[in-house]
Design a protein around this ligand. Structure first.
Ligand SMILES: N[C@@H](CCC(=O)N[C@@H](CS)C(=O)NCC(=O)O)C(=O)O
Length: 198
């Protein structure tokens, strides 16, 4: 399986991390982002959104980090990561949506502004980041993992941009449940890091 990847992308890191934790072999192809390879005709033919990550499993192409995580877990029957029971699966999906929407418009956007100089409403992004932080910290005060008693795709999808939040000018230090959870993820067997996550 080939991952169209960018080392500094938290969305790509979700896929690399999940594969590392589960010993899923992955051919990582570094997209030349600065040269705009992801907007080239050849790449747009693979992903018309012009975004990374993109996974190619033979002829099968799947974009969006959340969708890729589901595909990998289902393909490898990693049902502890992607529960098959209706309520648990729906709860994981709820957090995948939180990652793709709330976290993307919060810590992810604040980092895009501060680290990559993207023009956007950074005050609003930081406000959204704080809101994500509060929601996660409150939930994690009474739950070790986001869903159930073991880590799931929900934890993998929400982790990267929360761990990179300091690069968008928002500190997580005073949110003790959130930092405890991030620390637990770091101590998982097979954990790999990315630039910006100490
Ligand atoms: N919902 C997508 C978002 C992917 C995304 O925004 N990728 C960024 C890099 S992290 C990208 O390719 N941006 C290029 C662009 O939007 O032009 C996911 O979770 O994979």
């Amino acid at each position: 399986m080939k991952l169209y990847d960018l080392e500094l992308s938290g969305n790509c890191y979700k896929v690399r991390l999940f594969c590392a934790l589960n010993q899923i072999p992955l051919e990582v192809y570094a997209v030349d982002y600065l040269a705009g390879e992801h907007k080239s005709g050849a790449y747009l033919a693979l992903n018309p959104l012009g975004e990374i990550p993109l996974l190619a499993d033979g002829d099968f192409l799947i974009r969006d980090s959340q969708a890729i995580l589901i595909y990998l877990a289902q393909k490898h029957q990693l049902t502890e990561w992607w529960p098959q029971e209706a309520k648990s699966q729906a709860l994981v999906a709820q957090w995948l949506s939180f990652a793709a929407n709330n976290i993307a418009r919060g810590p992810n956007d604040a980092r895009l502004h501060d680290l990559f100089g993207i023009s956007l409403d950074v005050a609003s992004a930081r406000q959204n980041a704080l809101s994500c932080t509060n929601i996660l910290d409150n939930h994690l005060a009474t739950h070790r993992w986001l869903v159930g008693d073991t880590p799931t795709l929900a934890d993998i999808a929400c982790y990267p941009y929360m761990a990179l939040m300091h690069q968008g000018g928002v500190q997580a230090n005073s949110f003790h449940h959130l930092t405890r959870w991030m620390n637990d993820i770091k101590h998982m067997e097979g954990f790999i890091t990315m630039p910006g996550i100490e």
